[in-house]
Design a protein around this ligand. Structure first.
Ligand code: IPM
Ligand code: MG
Length: 391
């Protein structure tokens, strides 16, 4: 080892210690929050409407219109209140050099649930400051540990629900990797006992309540032995408490293959998986139902919950003046999950049914992202008209 290399390693060790201290503190704080919020017992539920970037504000506004329409009486009674939060734009975040500026985080924390539009994530070489993704920051700041992503293609027998762990794995310290020397870069992946436990329990509880019969635990525990090994062992242990549910274990590589096997993929029901595999596989899975633009996502924590589209902010559409043709479907799917989460199951079902009709069956209007299709607002009207007809 040269002297420079020795020094570089010493510096990295200091950084490593800081990271580990922060992770241990996080592991302890996870244990402090025991129960989920009971929304129906609250006098008022505050829904944050956080538009984000690019097409985000356009599609998020459409969702707010639909919620106002569905929960008209509740809004009038004051049981539901909206709080519009504007500051989560890339310009504002870059100006503050923060993934979520402090004042925006305070506003978010004043809400019970949040509907969030996509936000731009800076990446290597785009000229933006190296700030963390706002999604990832929000998941961490509000401890939204479960990313729940349903994918359904009824005619193919596909009915999957993914429980992606949302605060750990490669994401926990994803922006704190270390370039030890020019020759060596190191990133970290993290798993905590409690973090693995709570996501597994949520997945099994869901499988139980919804008669899904099976939970598949997806890891790469044959290679990433320590953290994935922990995830797998804890999930299996939780599974033992649910004798009516079959547990199976898969490695992530073969899982991606089996999802495109029409004969085998029907057998999957509920998946529980570490963060990065969940990120990748849920994009693949969404493709079967028409792409990431059709999928919504719930980020659930014990105290807060956030609902979002799983696609990006489509800056190109804005630059080309096509923003008003943005597709609100993913955001409306996220709205279905929001309504269900806060206890408005009837309204959630009505919206889901209307979306199935508008997107797959009747298709009276279609979104193409350009003036060859309808606008975001026209589609929102179409969905609301369809809900009215269903009544
Ligand atoms: C997602 C997205 C995010 C993620 C990005 C935008 C940071 O891909 O929600 O799946 O990696 O989690
Ligand atoms: Mg993703």
């Amino acid at each position: 080892m040269t002297e420079t290399e020795n020094k570089a390693i010493e510096e990295a060790v200091v950084k490593f210690r800081e990271l580990m201290e922060a992770q241990l503190t996080r592991a302890k704080t996870i244990k402090e929050t025991k129960d989920f919020v009971d929304y129906q017992n609250l006098d008022k539920i505050i829904i944050g409407i956080c538009g984000g970037d690019g097409i985000g504000p356009i599609i998020t506004k459409e969702s707010m219109r639909v919620i106002e329409f569905l929960l008209k009486d509740e809004v009038e009674k004051g049981k539901i209140e909206f709080k519009v939060i504007d500051g989560l734009t890339i310009e504002n975040r870059a100006a503050h050099l923060q993934a979520i500026p402090d004042d925006v985080l305070e506003e978010l924390k004043a809400c019970h649930v949040i509907l969030k539009g996509p936000t731009t994530t800076p990446h290597q070489g785009d000229g933006l400051p190296n700030i963390e993704s706002a999604n990832v920051a929000m998941r961490k700041a509000l401890d939204l540990f479960a990313n729940v992503r349903p994918v359904k293609v009824p005619e193919e027998g596909i009915d999957w629900t993914f429980f992606r762990e949302n605060t750990e794995g490669g994401y926990a310290v994803g922006s704190h990797g270390v370039n030890i020397t020019d020759d060596l870069a190191v990133d970290f992946t993290v798993a905590t006992e409690e973090g693995c436990e709570r996501i597994a329990r949520l997945a099994y509880d869901y499988a139980q309540k919804n008669n899904k019969g099976k939970v598949s635990i997806i890891t790469k525990a044959n290679i990433i032995k320590t953290t994935d090994g922990k995830f797998l062992n804890i999930a299996k242990k939780v599974g033992e408490e649910y004798p009516d549910i079959v547990t199976d274990e898969w490695f992530v590589d073969i899982t991606t293959a089996k999802l495109i096997d029409p004969a085998r993929r029907k057998d999957f029901k509920v998946f529980v998986l570490p963060n990065l595999y969940g990120d990748i596989i849920t994009d693949e899975a969404a493709e079967f139902q028409g792409g990431v633009g059709t999928a919504g996502s719930a980020n659930i924590g014990k105290k807060y919950a956030m609902f979002e589209a799983i696609h990006g902010s489509a800056p190109r559409m804005i630059n080309e003046g096509r923003g008003k043709y943005a597709d609100p479907c993913s955001m409306l799917r996220a709205t279905v999950m929001l309504l269900s989460h806060i206890g408005y199951q009837k309204e959630a079902d009505a919206l889901e049914k209307a979306l199935d009709i508008c997107m797959f069956d009747e298709k009276k209007l279609t979104i193409t992202g350009r003036d060859t299709g309808c606008t975001c607002e026209e589609f929102g009207d179409y969905v609301m008209e369809t809900i009215t007809k269903l009544k």
